[in-house]
Design a protein around this ligand. Structure first.
Ligand code: NI
Length: 170
């Protein structure tokens, strides 16, 4: 297994739209294992392939407290979302140190394939529902800061670029 480098906002590659996964082979399963290892190592509750510059429709999530319930969602589709929405603070491994409010459906039903291509349905609510919606946005090239006002977004962009310049200099 290997840790994968995570792209940082405003890297333009984060805006790439992912393509469906077609081959459910050993290479895919090895990539899924790397994704899970990378998510745990970064203390994240979710990671989309887009964030490691692989533009395939694949996300991993684990919102359990025990950090041993990793789930892979391949070619995920939301088949139902509650009309009930809630505003909650979100963060992202691609936007380190930034947390801000985003409105999301409180509960969702998602259809997705596992790493052997088997379809199943996931009923998610609370943090898990928010996390899946956040990760699926990545597959469409969307980062959560795009829900914020242009003013806030520009401030975050400036802050990220400054931090990246400082990291390069260090
Ligand atoms: Ni994210």
């Amino acid at each position: 297994m290997a840790l994968l480098p995570i792209l940082t906002y405003p890297d333009p590659r984060l805006h790439t739209v992912a393509k469906p996964v077609i081959d459910f082979d050993d290479a895919l399963r090895s990539f899924v294992a790397d994704m899970i290892e990378t998510m745990y190592h970064a203390n994240g509750i979710g990671l989309a392939a887009t964030q490691v510059n692989v533009h395939k429709r694949l996300v991993v999530v684990d919102t359990s407290e025990t950090r041993d319930q990793a789930m892979v969602l391949i070619n995920p589709e939301i088949t139902w979302a509650s009309a009930d929405k809630q505003l909650g603070d979100e963060g992202c491994l691609s936007v380190p140190g930034i947390y801000d409010g985003v409105e999301r459906a409180v509960a969702i039903k998602v259809k997705a394939q596992d790493d052997h291509g088997r379809w199943r349905q996931i009923d998610a609510s609370g943090t898990q529902a928010v996390c899946i919606q956040h990760e699926m946005d990545h597959l469409l090239g969307k980062v959560f800061v795009e829900y914020l006002s242009p003013l806030k977004r520009n401030r975050i962009k400036t802050k990220m670029l400054k931090a990246q310049r400082e990291a390069e200099r260090a």
